[in-house]
Ligand binder design. Structure first.
Ligand code: ZN
Length: 131
């Protein structure tokens, strides 16, 4: 089997997911160096629903960026965190669907987002170079 090394060169219309993948890659590289890993095999990330990423596109973008890095071939587990907002009027917490920030109880629009904006590296698995 011949492995293709061809990559898509991101044009001016760089995908939204691509910049998020780059940010997560940078975070993972920092972590890997901190823990003296020579290779990262898996990482788990949390991405808030507000970021509006398509997980498949994100992991695909990631796989384009990782060759020749410590993260080459690593798999990315993506947890999408739902958007939770708090109503400024009746203070209940509610899950925001389809970017509708209106309180389901009283109808007041919330501007207090408690979760759903995450872009977090939760964990990485890898190997240390010691044999
Ligand atoms: Zn309310």
């Amino acid at each position: 089997m011949v492995k293709s090394r061809s990559t898509h060169t991101p044009g001016p219309e760089v995908m939204h997911e691509m910049s998020i993948a780059q940010a997560l890659l940078n975070l993972a590289m920092e972590e890997a160096q901190k823990h003296h890993l020579t290779r990262v095999t898996r990482l788990t990330v949390q991405v808030g629903e507000m970021a509006a990423v398509i997980p498949e596109v994100l992991s695909f973008s990631f796989s384009i960026l990782t060759p020749h890095t410590l993260l080459e071939g690593a798999t990315m587990e993506i947890e999408v965190v739902p958007i939770v907002a708090q109503c400024p009027h009746c203070h209940i917490l509610f899950e925001v669907e389809h970017l509708n920030f209106r309180c389901p109880d009283c109808g007041v629009v919330s501007d207090t987002v408690l979760s759903g904006q995450e872009l977090l590296l939760i964990s990485i698995d890898g190997e240390k170079g010691v044999r």
